[in-house]
Write a protein that binds this ligand. Structure first.
Ligand SMILES: N[C@@H](CCC(=O)N[C@@H](CS)C(=O)NCC(=O)O)C(=O)O
Length: 244
Protein backbone atom coordinates (compact mmCIF):
# COMPACT_ATOMS: atom_id res chain seq x y z
CA UNK A 1 0.00 0.00 0.00
CA UNK A 2 1.34 3.46 -0.92
CA UNK A 3 2.03 5.76 2.01
CA UNK A 4 0.59 9.29 1.84
CA UNK A 5 2.91 12.07 0.62
CA UNK A 6 4.90 13.75 3.39
CA UNK A 7 3.46 16.99 4.63
CA UNK A 8 5.59 20.06 3.97
CA UNK A 9 5.69 22.89 6.46
CA UNK A 10 4.79 25.65 4.00
CA UNK A 11 6.25 28.35 6.24
CA UNK A 12 9.74 26.89 5.65
CA UNK A 13 9.71 27.02 1.81
CA UNK A 14 12.87 28.90 0.87
CA UNK A 15 14.63 29.62 -2.43
CA UNK A 16 18.31 30.23 -3.08
CA UNK A 17 18.18 32.54 -6.08
CA UNK A 18 19.95 35.16 -8.16
CA UNK A 19 17.93 37.94 -9.73
CA UNK A 20 19.33 37.50 -13.28
CA UNK A 21 19.14 33.71 -13.26
CA UNK A 22 16.63 32.36 -15.78
CA UNK A 23 16.45 29.06 -13.91
CA UNK A 24 15.64 30.86 -10.65
CA UNK A 25 13.07 33.08 -12.40
CA UNK A 26 11.12 29.99 -13.52
CA UNK A 27 10.60 28.96 -9.92
CA UNK A 28 9.84 32.47 -8.69
CA UNK A 29 7.21 32.98 -11.41
CA UNK A 30 5.55 29.59 -10.75
CA UNK A 31 5.44 30.32 -7.02
CA UNK A 32 3.77 33.68 -7.66
CA UNK A 33 1.26 32.09 -10.06
CA UNK A 34 0.40 29.50 -7.42
CA UNK A 35 0.48 31.97 -4.50
CA UNK A 36 3.09 29.86 -2.74
CA UNK A 37 4.98 31.94 -0.19
CA UNK A 38 8.77 31.74 -0.60
CA UNK A 39 11.51 33.38 1.38
CA UNK A 40 14.83 34.01 -0.37
CA UNK A 41 18.57 33.80 0.08
CA UNK A 42 20.38 35.75 -2.64
CA UNK A 43 23.42 34.07 -4.19
CA UNK A 44 25.51 36.41 -6.32
CA UNK A 45 26.86 34.56 -9.36
CA UNK A 46 29.19 37.42 -10.47
CA UNK A 47 30.70 37.42 -6.97
CA UNK A 48 31.13 33.63 -7.13
CA UNK A 49 28.97 32.97 -4.08
CA UNK A 50 27.58 29.84 -5.79
CA UNK A 51 31.12 28.39 -5.79
CA UNK A 52 31.85 29.01 -2.10
CA UNK A 53 31.73 26.21 0.51
CA UNK A 54 28.55 27.31 2.34
CA UNK A 55 26.48 27.14 -0.86
CA UNK A 56 28.42 24.19 -2.31
CA UNK A 57 27.32 22.22 0.75
CA UNK A 58 23.70 23.00 -0.18
CA UNK A 59 23.96 22.52 -3.96
CA UNK A 60 26.85 20.30 -5.14
CA UNK A 61 26.09 21.30 -8.75
CA UNK A 62 27.04 24.90 -7.86
CA UNK A 63 24.00 26.38 -9.59
CA UNK A 64 20.91 28.30 -8.59
CA UNK A 65 18.12 27.75 -7.81
CA UNK A 66 17.85 25.45 -4.82
CA UNK A 67 14.57 25.00 -2.95
CA UNK A 68 14.70 24.08 0.73
CA UNK A 69 11.92 23.20 3.14
CA UNK A 70 11.16 21.17 6.24
CA UNK A 71 8.55 18.52 6.85
CA UNK A 72 5.92 18.88 9.50
CA UNK A 73 7.35 16.87 12.35
CA UNK A 74 7.12 16.39 16.11
CA UNK A 75 10.86 17.15 16.09
CA UNK A 76 11.15 20.87 16.98
CA UNK A 77 13.98 21.39 14.45
CA UNK A 78 13.76 18.89 11.54
CA UNK A 79 16.55 18.78 8.95
CA UNK A 80 15.97 20.83 5.79
CA UNK A 81 15.35 19.02 2.50
CA UNK A 82 17.03 20.45 -0.62
CA UNK A 83 15.81 20.15 -4.24
CA UNK A 84 18.42 21.28 -6.75
CA UNK A 85 17.06 21.40 -10.29
CA UNK A 86 14.54 24.02 -11.41
CA UNK A 87 12.42 21.53 -13.38
CA UNK A 88 12.29 19.15 -10.41
CA UNK A 89 11.22 22.10 -8.25
CA UNK A 90 8.52 23.12 -10.76
CA UNK A 91 7.17 19.56 -10.87
CA UNK A 92 7.27 19.30 -7.06
CA UNK A 93 5.27 22.52 -6.66
CA UNK A 94 2.80 21.23 -9.25
CA UNK A 95 2.40 17.94 -7.41
CA UNK A 96 2.12 19.58 -3.99
CA UNK A 97 -0.33 22.24 -5.15
CA UNK A 98 -2.13 20.78 -8.19
CA UNK A 99 -5.27 22.83 -7.60
CA UNK A 100 -3.67 26.23 -7.07
CA UNK A 101 -3.42 27.51 -10.65
CA UNK A 102 -2.53 24.20 -12.35
CA UNK A 103 0.45 24.72 -14.67
CA UNK A 104 0.06 21.44 -16.53
CA UNK A 105 -3.01 20.18 -18.40
CA UNK A 106 -5.03 17.66 -16.34
CA UNK A 107 -3.69 14.09 -15.89
CA UNK A 108 -6.67 12.93 -17.96
CA UNK A 109 -4.94 14.54 -20.97
CA UNK A 110 -1.45 12.96 -21.02
CA UNK A 111 -0.82 14.04 -24.61
CA UNK A 112 -1.40 17.69 -23.78
CA UNK A 113 0.89 17.32 -20.76
CA UNK A 114 3.56 15.83 -23.02
CA UNK A 115 3.28 18.81 -25.41
CA UNK A 116 3.81 21.26 -22.55
CA UNK A 117 6.69 19.18 -21.18
CA UNK A 118 8.31 19.15 -24.63
CA UNK A 119 8.35 22.95 -24.70
CA UNK A 120 9.72 22.99 -21.15
CA UNK A 121 12.48 20.51 -21.99
CA UNK A 122 13.43 22.37 -25.16
CA UNK A 123 13.96 25.52 -23.13
CA UNK A 124 15.50 24.07 -19.97
CA UNK A 125 17.52 21.18 -21.43
CA UNK A 126 18.46 22.33 -24.94
CA UNK A 127 18.58 26.14 -24.94
CA UNK A 128 19.76 27.11 -21.45
CA UNK A 129 22.54 24.62 -20.57
CA UNK A 130 24.93 25.34 -23.49
CA UNK A 131 24.44 29.08 -22.96
CA UNK A 132 25.00 29.03 -19.20
CA UNK A 133 27.69 31.32 -17.77
CA UNK A 134 30.09 28.51 -16.91
CA UNK A 135 30.06 27.36 -20.53
CA UNK A 136 30.45 30.88 -21.93
CA UNK A 137 33.35 31.52 -19.55
CA UNK A 138 35.03 28.32 -20.68
CA UNK A 139 34.55 29.24 -24.36
CA UNK A 140 36.18 32.63 -23.79
CA UNK A 141 39.29 30.88 -22.45
CA UNK A 142 39.42 29.05 -25.83
CA UNK A 143 39.16 32.36 -27.72
CA UNK A 144 35.63 31.52 -28.90
CA UNK A 145 33.21 34.46 -29.35
CA UNK A 146 30.86 33.41 -26.55
CA UNK A 147 28.26 36.10 -27.30
CA UNK A 148 27.91 34.91 -30.91
CA UNK A 149 27.71 31.31 -29.65
CA UNK A 150 24.91 32.20 -27.22
CA UNK A 151 23.00 34.26 -29.80
CA UNK A 152 23.18 31.47 -32.36
CA UNK A 153 21.97 28.75 -29.98
CA UNK A 154 19.20 30.90 -28.53
CA UNK A 155 18.02 31.90 -31.99
CA UNK A 156 17.92 28.28 -33.17
CA UNK A 157 16.25 27.22 -29.94
CA UNK A 158 13.54 29.87 -30.21
CA UNK A 159 12.98 28.96 -33.87
CA UNK A 160 12.32 25.38 -32.74
CA UNK A 161 10.09 26.65 -29.92
CA UNK A 162 8.13 28.75 -32.41
CA UNK A 163 7.58 25.79 -34.74
CA UNK A 164 6.58 23.48 -31.89
CA UNK A 165 4.34 26.01 -30.11
CA UNK A 166 2.60 27.37 -33.22
CA UNK A 167 0.48 24.20 -33.50
CA UNK A 168 -1.06 24.25 -30.03
CA UNK A 169 -0.78 27.88 -28.95
CA UNK A 170 -3.81 29.91 -27.99
CA UNK A 171 -3.56 32.92 -25.74
CA UNK A 172 -0.55 31.14 -24.19
CA UNK A 173 2.14 28.75 -25.49
CA UNK A 174 -0.23 25.80 -25.19
CA UNK A 175 -3.93 26.62 -25.27
CA UNK A 176 -5.60 29.42 -23.38
CA UNK A 177 -4.29 28.69 -19.87
CA UNK A 178 -0.88 29.61 -18.59
CA UNK A 179 1.38 26.54 -18.26
CA UNK A 180 4.95 25.65 -17.37
CA UNK A 181 5.84 26.29 -21.03
CA UNK A 182 5.08 30.00 -20.47
CA UNK A 183 6.86 29.99 -17.12
CA UNK A 184 10.13 28.84 -18.70
CA UNK A 185 9.74 30.83 -21.93
CA UNK A 186 9.49 34.31 -20.42
CA UNK A 187 12.99 34.40 -18.81
CA UNK A 188 14.51 32.69 -21.87
CA UNK A 189 13.15 35.43 -24.14
CA UNK A 190 14.57 38.20 -21.97
CA UNK A 191 17.95 36.50 -22.12
CA UNK A 192 17.75 35.96 -25.88
CA UNK A 193 17.09 39.67 -26.44
CA UNK A 194 20.20 40.46 -24.43
CA UNK A 195 22.28 38.49 -26.87
CA UNK A 196 20.71 40.28 -29.82
CA UNK A 197 18.12 37.71 -30.94
CA UNK A 198 15.29 39.41 -32.83
CA UNK A 199 12.42 37.77 -31.02
CA UNK A 200 9.85 39.46 -33.29
CA UNK A 201 10.94 37.01 -36.01
CA UNK A 202 9.04 34.40 -33.99
CA UNK A 203 5.42 35.60 -34.01
CA UNK A 204 3.94 33.12 -31.53
CA UNK A 205 6.80 33.58 -29.07
CA UNK A 206 6.64 37.38 -29.37
CA UNK A 207 2.85 37.50 -29.03
CA UNK A 208 2.78 35.25 -25.96
CA UNK A 209 5.65 37.17 -24.40
CA UNK A 210 3.55 40.33 -24.73
CA UNK A 211 0.73 38.63 -22.80
CA UNK A 212 3.09 37.34 -20.09
CA UNK A 213 4.70 40.74 -19.62
CA UNK A 214 1.34 42.10 -18.50
CA UNK A 215 0.82 39.44 -15.81
CA UNK A 216 1.60 40.28 -12.21
CA UNK A 217 3.20 36.90 -11.37
CA UNK A 218 5.65 37.27 -14.27
CA UNK A 219 6.50 40.81 -13.23
CA UNK A 220 6.93 39.91 -9.55
CA UNK A 221 9.01 36.83 -10.38
CA UNK A 222 11.04 38.62 -13.04
CA UNK A 223 14.57 39.95 -12.77
CA UNK A 224 13.71 43.59 -12.22
CA UNK A 225 11.75 43.12 -8.96
CA UNK A 226 13.98 40.94 -6.80
CA UNK A 227 15.51 41.81 -3.44
CA UNK A 228 18.97 41.54 -5.03
CA UNK A 229 18.13 43.57 -8.17
CA UNK A 230 20.37 46.65 -8.12
CA UNK A 231 18.35 49.87 -7.85
CA UNK A 232 19.45 51.09 -11.30
CA UNK A 233 18.04 47.93 -12.93
CA UNK A 234 14.59 48.12 -11.33
CA UNK A 235 11.61 49.19 -13.38
CA UNK A 236 11.77 52.69 -11.98
CA UNK A 237 15.58 52.83 -11.96
CA UNK A 238 15.97 53.42 -15.70
CA UNK A 239 18.63 50.77 -16.30
CA UNK A 240 18.90 48.00 -18.90
CA UNK A 241 19.97 44.49 -18.09
CA UNK A 242 19.68 40.81 -18.66
CA UNK A 243 19.57 37.32 -17.26
CA UNK A 244 22.45 34.90 -16.95
N1 LIG B 1 19.71 22.52 -14.81
C1 LIG B 1 19.83 23.52 -13.79
C2 LIG B 1 20.53 24.73 -14.36
C3 LIG B 1 20.80 25.76 -13.30
C4 LIG B 1 21.73 26.83 -13.84
O1 LIG B 1 22.47 26.63 -14.81
N2 LIG B 1 21.72 27.98 -13.18
C5 LIG B 1 22.60 29.05 -13.61
C6 LIG B 1 21.90 30.38 -13.51
S1 LIG B 1 20.51 30.42 -14.60
C7 LIG B 1 23.81 29.05 -12.71
O2 LIG B 1 23.70 28.87 -11.53
N3 LIG B 1 24.99 29.23 -13.31
C8 LIG B 1 26.20 29.25 -12.58
C9 LIG B 1 27.39 29.04 -13.46
O3 LIG B 1 27.22 28.96 -14.67
O4 LIG B 1 28.49 28.94 -12.91
C10 LIG B 1 18.43 23.92 -13.27
O5 LIG B 1 17.49 23.86 -14.07
O6 LIG B 1 18.30 24.25 -12.09
Amino acid sequence: MLSPPPSIDESTLHLYTYFRSTSSARVRIAAHLKSIPLTYTYISIPNGEHLCPPYAAINPNLTVPTLSFKLKSPDPDPQPIYIHQSTAILELLEELYPHRKPLLPPPTDPIARAHVRSLVALTTSDIQPPTNQRILKCLRTQQVDSDAWAEDLMEKGLAAFEAMAAQGAGKFCFGDSVTLADVVLAPAVVNARRYGVEVERFPTVARVEGVLEGMEAFRRGGWREQGDTPVELRWDGGGGGSFD
